[in-house]
Design a protein around this ligand. Structure first.
Ligand SMILES: Nc1ncnc2c1ncn2[C@@H]1O[C@H](COP(=O)(O)OP(=O)(O)OP(=O)(O)O)[C@@H](O)[C@H]1O
Length: 274
């Protein structure tokens, strides 16, 4: 197993307006193997997006370091593709031209760009929609374009921050299958953040559960369900339920802890202690 990403003792602190600091992540350590599909879950506000931003190089860790292929991540680069919950498409460009966007940065010629963009739109099931503008596409289609755009410049790592959260359940299920198919075909390393336990278990080869804030890795659960397309209605199987329960129990305790953090502490005099 080759390590693709090495997260060692990473902490992230943000300055707070009016003084002080807020710790979003503390001492987070995790190795991600080349070609694995790793899902990250955790209570709201525990630092999942912060972790993804760090992997994307959009911010730098306050402590610790993150290595990609043995070299420290110091900024965004084309070796990592990022897909967010909101499609982030350029509204004035057609689907094809949106996918071509990253290829322009790579310096590809016009014809090669168009061919590559067509190939990736086909891969995400959007052949025939190349000339549509974002406002002419459904939410699921827009997200497919965003995925095609990230895949087109062939990054080794795909970073996905709740990419299907805004979609209806049916579209989400079919995009999950499509993503797994693409992952199997391309062998990319995927780091996928979600709030959905079912989604985590369905997609992940491993699921990392983070603690309530400041986030740390509480446990990494191995999901040994084999290739997902080999079992019909896998989500209804006892094995799936077992894994789901394991992740759910780990998360439940953290969600409770997070809620306690969110309740404003009563002032001493208000409860008669002062
Ligand atoms: N730029 C920033 N400045 C100050 N605080 C920040 C900043 N970015 C994030 N935070 C804080 O860090 C914590 C973690 O945020 P983050 O978005 O990573 O959580 P999350 O786990 O992705 O949350 P959710 O599940 O609700 O999307 C939050 O409390 C947030 O308010």
């Amino acid at each position: 197993m080759t390590t693709k990403i090495e997260i060692s003792g990473v902490g992230k602190t943000f300055p707070v307006r009016g003084g002080g600091a807020f710790t979003a992540l503390r001492d987070t350590t995790l190795d991600i193997a080349e070609g694995e599909f790793l899902v990250v879950v955790g209570p709201s506000g525990c630092g999942k997006s912060t972790l993804l931003d760090l992997l994307g190089g959009l911010t730098r860790p306050t402590t610790g370091r993150i290595l990609l292929d043995g070299a420290e991540i110091t900024g965004p680069a084309l070796d990592r593709g990022v897909v967010f919950q909101q499609y982030a498409l350029l509204p004035w460009r057609s689907a094809l031209r949106n996918v071509e966007f990253g290829l322009e940065a790579k310096g590809l010629g016009r014809r090669e760009r168009a061919e590559t963009a067509r190939h990736y739109l086909d891969l995400v099931g959007l052949s025939g929609f190349e000339d549509r503008y974002p406002h002419e596409l459904s939410g699921g289609m827009k997200q497919r374009v965003a995925i095609a755009r990230s895949l087109a410049y062939d990054p080794g790592v795909l970073l996905m921050d709740e990419p299907f959260a805004a979609l209806d359940a049916q579209t989400r299920d079919s995009l999950q299958d499509e993503l797994l198919r693409i992952w199997e075909r391309t062998g990319k390393t995927v780091v996928f953040i979600t709030h959905g336990i079912d989604e985590a278990v369905y997609l992940g080869g491993r699921v990392a559960v983070l603690t309530s804030r400041p986030g740390r890795v509480k446990e990494v659960v191995d999901i040994d369900l084999g290739p997902r397309h080999e079992t019909e209605d896998l989500r209804s199987s006892p094995e799936f339920a077992e894994h789901r329960h394991r992740v759910w129990s780990l998360l439940r305790d953290e969600v409770r802890a997070a809620r306690r953090l969110d309740v404003p502490r009563p002032r001493r005099e208000a409860v008669g202690l002062g």
